[in-house]
Design a protein around this ligand. Structure first.
Ligand code: NAD
Length: 368
């Protein structure tokens, strides 16, 4: 049997720097755990625009549709700020999400003990936190028609349409229930069924999917505004939160900040299963291309490495190896090794991007 395939799109800014550390981790799993991948690399974002005049070449898109998983670094930067909207680096990312039909966006909010003091909340509220937000990514308010700005009665009117079909809700609900079964078996679905018809339908369909196929999973419902409050009041009550595109955008950023630095946050975007049973998938850190620190060796590679851990778990069914990698990162942080973004006032001597990679590889080695 051939090895599973990975397409690496490192992108712009710190993307290639953090991805270099991920490549070392991938090699380690190949050498030491006999988990070999066929890795190919290509361009996305500004890097692709510089060569092809577009943020994602058709050949790259075709490759992304063929591989088992895509690992993406980051796109964008000031050099491309004045480009026409249709040519901007972010269009590459949007094209990947759209053509791979990645409808389920997984954003974990996990608080490593060693970093609990980074949260704006009290240590006991966030220490040990491990929740997952499942956000619908391809429909809802950001895509619904009609949309636009037009003039009505001599004034401008802005319109967006919050629209969901049953099948769109059904498939993302299944994705959340499946995920919960691999975790603590609890889903809390969030909408605004008190004031929005689309919210009523959302709740109905989630209940139907639950009754039909996932009755073993504990399901609750919450209005999204209460959900936001509960996330900062007592976030540990949640396991998996299921929500739509608009509320998910806001709730996942809120949950992310419970845990501290942008340099620590991974994500996965999943689509329908392919012929081999694996979901279409793209894994990427939440952060951007960080032009302010590009080329300085200051970038924290952890978010990108944790994104690879998500790939191990959700694309390749290697949850044990994903845990091995997460534990290695936890032990590095516990030993006090910090990149600059993780330094508290008064702390000195941050490690570089490569030194953080070295420390994580050493911890992996120690796990054998
Ligand atoms: P950003 O995430 O790039 O940076 C925000 C701040 O966090 C910066 O101070 C940066 O130095 C810091 N930071 C981010 N990642 C870090 C890491 N791994 N280690 C240490 N520090 C880190 O967001 P921004 O500055 O708003 O955007 C910069 C560019 O990135 C823009 O062109 C934007 O469009 C793009 N962007 C891309 C993505 C993506 O590729 N998914 C996401 C967000 C922003």
């Amino acid at each position: 049997m051939s090895n599973p395939s990975l397409l690496i799109l490192a992108g712009d800014g710190i993307g290639p720097e953090v991805m270099d550390e991920v490549k070392r981790v991938i090699d380690w799993f190949g050498d030491k755990r006999d988990l070999k991948f066929d890795v190919s690399e290509d361009l996305v974002g500004g890097a692709a625009y510089d060569v092809h005049g577009t943020a994602l070449a058709d050949e790259t898109m075709a490759k992304a549709l063929e591989v088992d998983a895509v690992l993406l670094g980051a796109v964008g930067g000031p050099k491309y700020d004045d480009l026409d909207f249709s040519l901007k680096p972010e269009r590459g990312l949007l094209r990947l999400r759209k053509e791979m039909d990645l409808f389920s966006n997984l954003r974990p909010a996990q608080c490593f003990d060693a970093l609990a003091d980074f949260s704006s909340l009290k240590r006991d509220i966030v220490a040990g936190l491990d929740i997952m937000i499942v956000r619908e990514l391809t429909s809802g308010s950001y895509f619904g028609e009609p949309r636009g700005i037009h003039v009505e009665n001599n004034e401008r009117v802005g319109i967006n349409t919050h629209r969901y079909t049953e099948s769109e809700i059904d498939r993302v609900a299944r994705s959340a229930f499946e995920l919960a079964r691999r975790r603590n078996n609890k889903v809390c679905s969030m909408e605004k069924a008190n004031v929005m018809e689309a919210g009523i339908l959302w709740r109905d369909v989630v209940n139907e999917v639950h009754q039909a196929d996932y009755a073993d999973v504990e399901l609750s419902h919450m209005y999204a505004d209460n959900g936001a409050m509960q996330l900062v009041r007592a976030p540990k009550q949640f396991d998996v939160i299921l929500t739509d595109n608009l509320f998910g955008d806001i709730l996942s950023d809120c949950a992310a900040m419970l845990t501290g630095s942008l340099g620590m946050l991974p994500s996965a975007s999943l689509g329908a299963p392919m012929e081999n049973g694996r979901p279409k998938a793209m894994y990427e850190p939440v952060h951007g291309s960080a032009p302010d620190i590009t080329g300085m060796g200051k970038a924290n590679p952890t978010a990108c490495i944790l994104s690879f851990a998500m790939a191990l778990r959700y694309s390749f069914d290697k949850g044990d190896e994903a845990t091995r990698l997460e534990n290695a990162i936890e032990s590095v942080l516990a030993s006090g090794v910090r990149t600059a973004d993780l330094m508290q006032a008064g702390e000195t001597n941050p490690v570089s991007t490569t030194e953080m990679g070295d420390a994580i590889l050493a911890a992996l080695e120690a796990s054998l």
